[in-house]
Unconditional design. Structure first.
Length: 290
């Protein structure tokens, strides 16, 4: 099945050599006949009905589906936030299906990076300190935490913003901090749950440019959950869920090229502080005045 959306913006396809490398790449995620059943009183709700899925190192996969389709449950299992009722989940060849809460938390910190729709930043700490948090839990030394955090913030275009608190940053900048935080422990994969849901159109493209760059330049494995078809078109592969099963699984031959699209968008007028958009504080003041 191929996407029926007509893409008018510049596209870039996967070169045959890239496809060949993906075919030979090791499997990072393997879901083997996964079932998930929730009991609500006397009623059993079957969220997942025996799905099987493999994702290889270096893939950029978008997961789509309507509310109740099973995509969020799948993301929770992959992210070690929940366990399957039946079936096996392998991450880098290790069966994580029956791990305890503490064991799953350890895996999350060491092997997984998360980016959420709501950013999930600590409001009273700086961008640098927010990025350092996963390493603090992992026991990384102070100097190394600082080095990695500075490098991660620079990689997402926030050099010079390290001391800013979340309310001094725009929504797009906050999401960049969240992406930087997801990178610092060198995870096996990054899970992004509706990362553009709270962002405007231009900022969404900027975030997708970062994801594509991480995937193509660093070989980072990315799993993106979205309900927006135009956002899914930035990925290389789309998996669609319906009624707890995988309805379709297909590659996008010519993914949208976020970097090329940004060049065609109107330039952003910068203010005196070189902000690329309003900060959260600015937006709150305007709403109060209105």
């Amino acid at each position: 099945m191929q996407s029926t959306l007509e893409i008018q913006t510049p596209n870039v396809g996967l070169a045959p050599g890239v496809l060949s490398k993906l075919d030979e790449a090791p499997v990072v995620i393997s879901l083997d006949h996964i079932h998930k059943t929730y009991t609500m009183g006397d009623v059993e709700v079957h969220a997942l009905r025996g799905i099987s899925l493999e994702i290889k190192k270096g893939e950029f996969v978008a997961i789509m589906g309507a509310s109740g389709s099973g995509k969020s449950t799948t993301m929770n299992i992959i992210g070690c936030l929940d366990r399957p009722t039946k079936g096996h989940y392998f991450l880098d060849g290790e069966d994580l299906s029956q791990l305890s809460k503490d064991q799953r938390a350890d895996i999350r910190n060491k092997k997984l990076g998360f980016v959420f729709q709501g950013f999930n930043l600590l409001s009273r700490t700086s961008a640098l300190e927010n990025v350092e948090l996963p390493m603090l839990y992992a026991g990384v030394e102070t100097s190394e935490r600082h080095r990695r955090s500075m490098a991660a913030l620079a990689a997402v275009g926030l050099a010079g913003r390290e001391k800013n608190h979340p309310n001094q940053l725009s929504g797009g900048q906050q999401q960049r901090v969240a992406i930087a935080r997801s990178l610092v422990n060198d995870p096996a994969l990054i899970l992004a749950d509706e990362p553009t849901g709270n962002l405007d159109s231009r900022t969404s493209v900027e975030v997708m440019e970062i994801f594509q760059r991480l995937n193509r330049e660093r070989g980072m494995t990315l799993i993106l959950v979205t309900h927006e078809p135009d956002i899914a078109d930035y990925a290389d592969r789309v998996v669609v869920f319906k009624d707890g099963k995988i309805k379709s699984d297909y590659r996008i031959e010519s993914p949208r090229n976020a970097a090329a699209e940004l060049k065609l968008l109107p330039a952003v007028e910068l203010d005196d502080d070189d902000d690329d958009s309003e900060t959260v504080s600015d937006q709150a003041v305007k709403q109060k005045e209105a």
